[in-house]
Design a binder for this molecule. Sequence first.
Ligand SMILES: N[C@@H](CCC(=O)N[C@@H](CS)C(=O)NCC(=O)O)C(=O)O
Length: 223
Amino acid sequence: MTIRLHHVAQARSFRILWLLEEMGLEYVIRHWSFFDKSMRSDEFRALSPAARVPALEIDGRVLFESGAITEYLMETRPHLGLFRPPGDAERADWLQWLHFAETIGQHIANLTQHHIVLREPWMRSPTVMRLEARRLEKVLEVVDRAVSDHEWLLPSGFTAVDVAVGYGVMIARRFVPAGLLHGVDAYRERLIARPAFQRAQAADGEAQIYTRDFYPPPEEEGQ
Ligand SMILES: N[C@@H](CCC(=O)N[C@@H](CS)C(=O)NCC(=O)O)C(=O)O
């Protein structure tokens, strides 16, 4: 049965696209857009009731939530070395990083709302933009400490949590400049060098969300 990923370029569904590539699974992509209202359709809501990506058709059902999809792929296809199952010495750390990916994601989502989605200047909050950029930097410091001690998040090597967190590290660069966290900068380079990442990037589709390399926080009043 065909695995089908419902995806918007640059969105969290990239985590699953990249993971499928790391796993070497065959899949097809259905590309959607945030701008043509197609994700509000009954067809899309039948796949993802909150009208979000990713959704993954697999094993005769549809799953949404990138963290749950990651766990499901690992549990059903554990032989690929990207999983740390219950009983594994690194299990608790693996789970912690998987869910920490969404902590990174929430700051990115807030920054994306204020810099990109809210089009009228009066809708945007410079305070939120500055605060969320600082909060994103703080959560990246946690990643920085881990990947300064070893190459990947877990000492034993690359796993699916590097994909989940790594997606956040890639997008975070649009809001937190390079040069602040050297461990994260080097980790990002290691992630980019992975052939599976490059294949996923080639399949991602045309940029829909982030069209600038960097979105600086607005300056404080009086500066
Ligand atoms: N926690 C969910 C978040 C899914 C999510 O919010 N996806 C965004 C794209 S990154 C989306 O589809 N947004 C559409 C919307 O908010 O209308 C996951 O990781 O799958």
